[in-house]
Design a protein. Structure first.
Ligand SMILES: [Zn+2]
Length: 178
C-alpha cells in the first residue's frame, strides 16, 4: 500500500510539474514550427528570459497568470486587491498572496526595464492567451510581432532601397575621417 501511494504521489507530482511547463512548451513548439530559432533560459540576461531570439533582439517571457498577477490591481499596501478573470487571489491568507504577487509584478517590470536598456525587446505571453481557443491567434500575432521587430531593427519599413542608404552612410563616414 505504502509503495503504491508513493508511486501515485510521484506520478501526481510529475503531472503537476509538466502542467506547469506546458504553456512554455506551446510557445516553443509554435515558434519552432514557424521557423523561429531560440535559446532557452539565458542565464546571462536579467530575469533569465524563457526564450531568447538573438536575431530579433527579443526576449520572451511565458508567464503564469496567477504568479505574475495578470490584470490584477493591487490597490493598497494593506492588501486591497482586485482579482482578475485568470488570477483569483485566495481569500484566506490574502495579505501573503498579495505581497507575493506584487513583488513578482515589480520584479517583472524591473527586469524588462533592464533588458530594454540593454537594447532587447521584451514580449510577455500569458498562460490564459494559450488556452486552446486563443492559442493559434496568440502564436500568429507573436510571429507577426517578431517579424515587425526584425523589419524595424533593419530599418526596411518605408525604405525601398536600404542598400543605397547603407552606401551613403559609408561614404559619409569616410569623408568625416579625412
Ligand atoms: Zn491571464
Amino acid at each position: 500500500m505504502d509503495k503504491l501511494s508513493a508511486d501515485q504521489r510521484h506520478k501526481n507530482m510529475a503531472a503537476i510539474h509538466s502542467k506547469d511547463t506546458k504553456p512554455e512548451m506551446i510557445v516553443r513548439k509554435g515558434l519552432w514550427n514557424r521557423g523561429f530559432r531560440y535559446r532557452l533560459n539565458s542565464p546571462r540576461l536579467p530575469g533569465h528570459p524563457d526564450l531568447v531570439l538573438k536575431k530579433y533582439r527579443t526576449c520572451i517571457f511565458v508567464n503564469g497568470c496567477f504568479w505574475h498577477g495578470h490584470n490584477v490591481e493591487v490597490r493598497s499596501e494593506k492588501g486591497g486587491v482586485k482579482s482578475s478573470e485568470c488570477c483569483k487571489i485566495p481569500n484566506s491568507n490574502q495579505k501573503f498572496w498579495v505581497a507575493k504577487i506584487k513583488r513578482n509584478q515589480e520584479r517583472d517590470i524591473e527586469t524588462q526595464k533592464q533588458l530594454a536598456e540593454m537594447g532587447w525587446h521584451c514580449i510577455t505571453i500569458w498562460e490564459c492567451e494559450l488556452k486552446p481557443s486563443k492559442r493559434e491567434q496568440t502564436l500568429k500575432s507573436l510571429a507577426f510581432t517578431l517579424n515587425k521587430i526584425w523589419l524595424e531593427e533593419h530599418a526596411i519599413i518605408g525604405e525601398p532601397y536600404p542598400k543605397l542608404e547603407e552606401e551613403e552612410f559609408g561614404l559619409m563616414a569616410a569623408e568625416e575621417q579625412i
